[in-house]
Design a protein around this ligand. Structure first.
Ligand code: UGA
Length: 431
């Protein structure tokens, strides 16, 4: 082990777990990564990387000597005193988080842990879960395990930077010694460390995501009003963002937020409030605005093209945002389904997400590049602001398209450039 490194276990090497494991190895710790998915563990052991995240493969390669992979939970608890839980907590049909994978680990603990351990929760779990787990540990008469809540604030596409240069580190725990031990893992980082209790740490995660989602739905509603009154939402957001109390981040209007976090966490926080008798009205509106926003492009297309039956629409981008192949809750999925429902033909191209798209967007003709996607189409819709779409091959697109309409779902294109090439341009909230 390196001089100041700890042996750290990571249970669950999905997106959050693998990034956390790799970055902890980069900080000099020895990391034992465990997952029940034997194919994933075999791939990682062979040197493969199961997810697309910029810089991750390189960082795993660099720290390979400090990372081992296993399917056996016993290996983790035998070698590591500090064990992170990073299993997924998908939403159930009620909007609650499914904690079965978390509790599968907790119920396996009696057979695993004879010495002292610190269990660090990285998975996003509803407020109250830490207390529930403490009660469960007490019920099982396990008193050699301390529980710490240490939420993650990683964005897909920039997760490594977010981990290594965080805005803050949040550590919730009842026992000061365990709290300090976890804080010490991050001691070389230049970020404020908030030491607090478990419910507050859990709430900070949900409240942060819900606030950011609220900001997006807010600016999307401002965009919709801007369309009525002839203002440009990008200018409005810029003017608002100069106010330090508002800030310029997360004020980009578009066709709604997606991904594995915001939709799930906003629904879960609404549910947490509801389960304890409080109706969180604001979040209800945030969710509804987002759902409607994903569908607004359909009306924009109809405005220009009339009924969409037998029209061909090209979607540029499918991933829920650039620099990821993640299609979970992507606006593209809702949009494609609506267009197909209206009788349109839908073609699509995404620089990275095509291999995963076949299952997610059935009925869509997946293409290898922008030009094949727009071939014979009546309109192109920019859905994901991939860098390669910043300067579309407009002249060549014009030769291939049937009608010259571009809907910019992310206000990413230069309207003057698009119009100069002979296209009708429409963005979101851009007059
Ligand atoms: C989000 C949070 O930003 C992270 O801090 C958090 O750790 C993570 O969820 C999580 O809970 O694990 P992520 O889902 O990767 O990260 O993506 P974001 O970059 O936050 O974008 C989310 C969605 O909002 C995307 O669909 C994006 O297109 C949309 N968005 C973002 C906007 O429509 N407008 C904006 O101004 C910003």
């Amino acid at each position: 082990m390196s001089k100041n490194g700890e042996n750290i276990g990571i249970v669950g090497v999905g997106y959050v777990g693998l990034v956390t494991a790799t970055c902890l190895a980069e900080l000099g710790h020895n990391v034992v990564c465990m997952d029940i998915d034997s194919e994933k563990i075999a791939l990682l052991t062979r040197g493969g990387v199961p997810i697309y995240e910029p810089g991750l493969a390189e960082l795993i390669g660099k720290n390979r000597g400090r990372m081992t992979f296993t399917t056996a939970l016993e290996d983790v608890f035998r070698q590591c005193e500090i064990v992170f839980i990073a299993v997924d907590t998908p939403p159930t049909f009620t909007g609650d988080a499914d904690l079965s994978r978390v509790f599968a680990v907790i119920s396996a603990l009696p057979g695993l842990s004879s010495s002292h351990h610190i269990l660090v929760m990285k998975s996003t779990v509803p407020v109250g879960t830490g207390m529930k787990i403490s009660v469960e540990l007490a019920r099982q008469e396990i008193n050699n395990i301390d529980y710490v809540s240490n939420p993650e604030f990683l964005r897909e596409g920039s997760a490594i930077g977010d981990f290594l240069n965080p805005d803050r580190i949040v550590i919730g725990c009842r026992e000061a010694a365990a709290r300090q031990r976890v804080a010490a893992l991050y001691r070389h980082m230049n970020a404020p460390v908030l030491e607090t209790n478990i419910p507050a740490a859990e709430m900070i995660k949900y409240a942060s995501n819900a606030f950011l989602a609220t900001k997006i739905s807010f600016i999307n509603e401002i965009a919709n009003v801007c369309e009525e009154i002839g203002a440009d939402v990008a200018e409005v957001a810029k003017g608002m963002g100069y106010d330090k109390r508002i800030g310029s981040h997360f004020l980009k209007a578009g066709i709604g937020f997606g991904g594995s976090c915001f939709p799930k966490d906003v629904a879960a926080l609404k549910q947490i409030a509801g389960n304890s008798g409080y109706h969180f009205q604001l979040l209800t509106a945030v969710i509804e605005v987002n759902e409607l926003q994903k569908r607004r492009v359909v009306n924009k297309l109809k405005k220009h093209l009339g009924p969409l039956t037998d029209k061909t629409i090209a979607l540029l981008g499918l991933a829920f945002k650039p620099n990821t192949n993640d299609l979970r809750e992507a606006s593209s999925i809702v949009l494609a389904s609506r267009l197909l429902g209206d009788g349109a033909y839908v073609k699509a191209y995404d620089p990275v997400a095509i291999p995963d798209a076949a299952r997610a967007v059935r009925g869509v003709l997946l293409c290898d590049d922008t030009l094949s996607a727009v071939e014979g189409s009546d309109a192109a819709v920019l859905v994901t602001e991939w860098e390669e779409f910043a300067h579309l091959p407009l002249a060549d697109m014009k030769k291939r398209m049937r009608q010259y309409l571009i809907i910019d779902g992310r206000n990413f294109l230069d309207p003057a450039e698009v119009k100069a090439a002979g296209f009708t341009y429409e963005g979101i909230g851009r007059s």
